[in-house]
Design a protein around this ligand. Structure first.
Ligand SMILES: Cc1cc2nc3c(=O)[nH]c(=O)nc-3n(C[C@H](O)[C@H](O)[C@H](O)COP(=O)(O)OP(=O)(O)OC[C@H]3O[C@@H](n4cnc5c(N)ncnc54)[C@H](O)[C@@H]3O)c2cc1C
Length: 526
């Protein structure tokens, strides 16, 4: 059968695109190489009777029209926002809490610095104003710079709303802040180290750079698009696990007649005279369609599936130059009891994100090792215990803990990613947690460690980069995935990209899938 559209990959962005195209009357086939839908957004029984979000723990911002138009919010998909969202335990027995309520957070900050507590509400207002410009930008297709036409300027009218509300000075301020390092941004506001470390941690998520790198302020803002009521580092946990979000999307797609096939690896995108017209599976099957849309990363799609022989050398060079440099590892632990952190008095402190980021310099030093191809002995850890908010994830009385660890560079200078290097990584994480939760090691029943190489091999993430491409300013907006090709189209006619390697990049947002399908539907009309 000939489909109107074939989507390669059932990641959440591929599924969003599938739903939108099916709603517009398209006959859609989704081909996913793994055994389940969701891509990175999945929940799996990694240890018998213990269910984990294999990669992604929480949602920060979803494209605003997603929930409404796809009618996702029902029993299948519920998000619980934790409060406090982040707690940072400190070696001296104190801790910092970031809450949804600004005055509660200011009280927590006051123990470290009165001046910082006074500055808190000004800071969150400023961040809210700056990201108010990014939010409409994230819902639009980047213009084809430098060939800007009137129609492209008109399509950027979404920016007028924040411009009217906050004025041109705030827009100029955004341009000033985007390329800053995190210390540069934070120096203007705060002096206390626990606060600086906790905020800077949000600016390095998934990056093989420390917070002192140019442009980390951009990633900080990216991670706060849509942040409401000034809650910084928000964390929305999906009831039943992140996989329920993907399952809800897949159900919506199937309800609209989309065919989804799992265990279906695409080996080649079939092209003829620079036009995409079908795919060849690993099984040898071929499927034809009027257009092919890839949720896989740009390098996988273009270099592996299309093939360099079918691309212009200049374009191939651009794609080869995309920076990935994954530096994140995941550690999952089955625990026979709740860990006892010395500093936390309230169970609510364990429900959100526990951030091991006592100082900004701690994060930079954790990165130092990665510069030389080594894993950090004192890594930055983001710890969650999802079974505390959702008891279905672990057997009665037991718990699941997941740790996101930076820095674990994809390219090791000595040795390679194997059982031994993963064991060393696990030990550095466990000894770091034990500093704050003595005796924690005795609670562990079983562990799973995913290195950046595992993320590449299991999820097709080039160099283990969690966002299909580094989230830095040189890969932002009209330069994502590469300059000149940021409108979700490719030099191969009828071949589109819809994953987080395209604008606006990484995260569980659905925005790349949403924007890409808008462009496809636009082409259909023309
Ligand atoms: C460890 C980790 C932690 C993260 N933490 C967070 C977080 O806390 N919050 C947040 O918002 N974001 C987080 N992210 C980032 C976020 O998860 C991603 O940016 C986002 O999920 C990417 O979604 P996607 O749909 O674009 O791509 P993916 O989910 O990568 O989907 C691509 C799909 O294509 C399939 N595919 C690839 N090649 C082929 C082929 N040849 N044939 C068939 N199928 C193919 C893949 O199997 C996959 O299912 C994290 C990511 C990781 C890895």
């Amino acid at each position: 059968m000939r489909y109107d559209s074939i989507i390669i990959g059932a990641g959440h962005n591929g599924l969003v695109a599938a739903v939108r195209l099916a709603k517009a009357g398209q006959r859609v086939l989704v081909l996913e190489k793994r055994h389940s839908v969701g891509g990175i957004a999945i929940t799996e029984e990694l240890i018998p009777r213990f269910h984990f979000n294999t990669c992604v723990d929480y949602i920060r911002w979803l494209h605003p029209r997603l929930l409404k138009e796809l009618k996702l919010e029902d029993d299948r998909f519920k998000v619980q926002w934790t409060d406090p969202s982040v707690v940072t335990p400190l070696p001296d027995g104190n801790c910092l809490r970031l809450s949804a309520d600004a005055s509660t957070t200011a009280e927590s900050i006051r123990q470290f610095s009165k001046a910082d507590a006074e500055n808190w509400s000004g800071f969150i207002d400023r961040i809210a104003q700056l990201v108010a410009f990014l939010e409409p930008l994230y819902s639009m297709t980047p213009p084809p710079v430098p060939d800007l036409g009137l129609e492209h300027l008109i399509s950027m009218r979404g920016l007028l709303k924040p411009l009217r509300k906050y004025g041109r000075k705030t827009l100029v301020e955004l341009l000033r802040v985007l390329p800053m390092t995190m210390p540069e941004l934070l120096d203007e506001w705060f002096e206390s180290e626990p606060l600086r470390g906790t905020l800077a941690a949000s600016a390095i998520h998934g990056l093989c750079q420390g917070p002192m790198a140019v442009g980390t302020a951009y990633l900080f803002l990216h991670n706060h698009v849509g942040c409401r009521n000034g809650a910084l580092r928000p964390a929305g946990f999906v009831q039943g696990g992140m996989g329920n979000f993907s399952n809800a999307l897949a159900a919506a797609a199937e309800h609209l007649g989309v065919d989804i096939r799992t265990n279906a690896i695409v080996r080649k995108i079939l092209t003829d005279e620079n036009q995409a017209g079908g795919v060849l599976l690993g099984s040898g099957e071929e499927f034809k369609a009027h257009r092919i849309i890839s949720n896989a990363g740009p390098s996988v799609t273009l270099l592996d599936l299309v093939g360099r022989e079918n691309l212009e050398p200049r374009f191939t060079r651009q794609v080869k130059a995309i920076k990935y440099r994954g530096a994140m590892a995941r550690i999952h632990l089955a625990l026979n009891d709740l860990p006892r952190f010395r500093v936390f008095t309230d169970e609510a402190d364990l429900r959100g994100v526990i951030s091991i980021s006592p100082k900004l310099e701690y994060l930079e030093q954790a990165y130092d090792a990665a510069k030389y191809g080594r894993c950090s002995y004192h890594p930055y850890l983001e710890i969650v215990i999802p079974s505390l908010t959702d008891s279905t994830l672990a057997p009665d009385g037991k718990h699941t803990m997941s740790i996101t660890l930076q820095y674990a560079p994809y390219q090791l200078r000595q040795g390679e990613w194997n059982k031994g290097t993963k064991e060393a990584l696990l030990q550095s994480a466990l000894s770091t947690v034990s500093e704050y939760a003595p005796g924690f090691g005795d609670l562990i029943e079983d562990t799973v460690v995913l290195s950046p190489l595992d993320l590449e091999e299991q999820f097709g993430l080039t160099e283990g980069n969690i966002n299909h491409g580094e989230m830095m300013l040189d890969q932002f907006f009209f330069m994502r995935p590469v300059a000149g090709w940021a409108q979700y189209r490719t030099p191969i006619e009828n071949l589109y990209l819809c994953g987080s390697g395209t604008h606006p990049g990484g995260g569980i947002t659905g925005a790349p899938g949403w924007n890409a399908s808008r462009e496809i539907l636009r082409d259909l009309k023309n």
